[in-house]
Design a protein. Structure first.
Lengths: 316, 316
């Protein structure tokens, strides 16, 4: 890539954060932008919580809890202990240090700041080596429709029920009428490489693409857009991506990911174990790129990042 | 007193909590009710914080920080540390354990519970040996008018400016149209002894009495109402009571307290050091009761409580 190439990533939480950890090693800070899902944001205890943004910020700040994959390291849980005394809603874990982020965000939103402004302030406070943008300042909420529990907010599904319930559909409330963040749209338009992170297609990437302006912008840039498959060997490395894809009419495979994203990207990067899916991927009109996609450490994440950047070079 | 005598106390924070610590030693739990000021409640970081209620709950639970006089003992401050990283509003100290209370209260209010219901739930969780009632479920906010800083919320004045600014007046927004808590009114009507705690008359007791139904009810029970002077030897033991009384047209003395409360009570209990104010107190139509009012420990608090209860006996 050239030093002034712009790299933009559509992001959920943990998987995207790992990829960004690789990208920051090979892309100049001023050229790297993360557009982050807000569909799993929630209001709880009066606080505005943005789990995907926080996972990305904490991970890139080098402060994420390695054991949990979310929240801050060296965390204490004293507020939750008090909450439990009262029989409060303790199903959603909020560490004490982490709470400071939610207090700050909520107060700033109350004062009239936008989610993008607050996110920028929080990222700056952690000296993040990239730009972090919410997909929209508007409220988008992922609702998971289930067989036996009715409609669940994403976090009720994911954390409250540990994604162990049968789903019948997913919808993104507010998305159709949401205004995309102008800076996010601008970054997509000026991207030299647009990456769909190996996040959950159904509940992390789709809520971003459910915002019409973003879907249109990404489709316009299909030629420079690469998706990284979150499915490896027919399963998700973490979380309910495989199950949700199947329950929502897809297939839990690299070919299934190609099917899911083929309107949005022209390249699909997937793991060596799935090399036999190459022709299926090509049948969806996508260029198959086979590489080691398991980001078990930062060096391997940088390797995947470099493989993605080579897509720019190869088109020079 | 008889075992079925009802004792009701109008309360601010720290001073009232100490008196209640004495009263619980000599009054059966089912007979003791605290009606607590909500004028210094605040919304910060999206949370509903009720400082006077919390001070009373934590003190009676034996969990208040002895050094600070507010908040919980063995507290950690990790959320505040994160908040400070962002340059957030860290002027109002919120310990991690304490935050759990505000999270719970805010969530329950969001769900539609009243402040009285939440307060009752919180008090029950700490096994409190008395009934704690907010004066109203409605919003009452004490606004301190200042010479150079304009209008300040009570906590901005008290904590933010450490009550070191010249005030020109105090008002209680929402009080005139607030509905008194029915249980609070009922307790006043059925009280055998109604006590005005040695709290700040200007900003702790007056915001309760600014609710018209409560003022009327207390005036109707003037004959069984005793105030305990928060002024000892011309000064407040703690906080800005003396200064605020003077700045609001009163006098920082036991006679000044008699003047302040004479419509509401028929007895004023004050400290031995002020024995020479007895005739001045009598001139306001109040029965002077001189005793040791310095509650430096629980035994002394019980002594003051017993002196107050003897007011019931003396009228039998």
């Amino acid at each position: 890539m050239a030093a002034d190439d712009n790299v933009v990533v559509l992001c959920g939480g943990v998987g995207a954060a790992r990829l960004l950890q690789g990208l920051v090693q090979v892309v100049p800070s001023s050229r790297l932008t993360a557009i982050v899902n807000v569909g799993d944001d929630l209001n709880l205890h009066g606080l505005h919580i943005s789990p995907d943004i926080d996972t990305i910020v904490y991970t890139l700040a080098g402060q994420v809890s390695a054991e949990r994959g979310w929240g801050l390291t060296n965390e204490s849980w004293n507020a939750m202990e008090t909450l439990q005394r009262y029989g409060g809603q303790a199903w959603f874990g909020l560490g004490d240090k982490d709470l400071g982020t939610h207090l700050y965000r909520t107060q700033r939103l109350t004062e009239g700041a936008s989610l993008a402004e607050v996110t920028s302030e929080i990222a700056a406070a952690w000296n993040l080596p990239l730009t972090v943008l919410p997909a929209t300042n508007d409220t988008v909420r992922t609702i998971v429709e289930t067989e036996n529990q009715g409609d669940l907010s994403f976090q009720q599904y994911f954390v409250g029920h540990r994604h162990e319930v049968q789903t019948t559909g997913v919808r993104f409330e507010g998305a159709a009428s949401a205004t995309a963040l102008p800076a996010a749209l601008a970054s997509i338009h000026s991207a030299d490489l647009l990456i769909i992170a190996p996040s959950n297609p159904v509940v992390s990437i789709d809520p971003i693409l459910a915002i019409p302006e973003i879907a249109d912008a990404v489709k316009q840039r299909r030629d420079i857009t690469c998706a990284v498959s979150p499915i490896v060997g027919g399963a998700a490395l973490k979380g309910p991506a495989a199950r949700l894809m199947v329950e929502n009419g897809g297939e839990a495979s690299v070919a299934g990911v190609a099917d899911w994203y083929h309107d949005y990207c022209s390249t699909l990067v997937f793991d060596e174990v799935d090399v036999d899916h190459s022709s299926a991927v090509a049948e969806y009109g996508l260029t198959p790129v086979v590489t080691d996609t398991i980001m078990s450490n930062k060096t391997k994440a940088a390797g995947l990042a470099a493989a993605l950047l080579s897509r720019i070079r190869s088109e020079d």
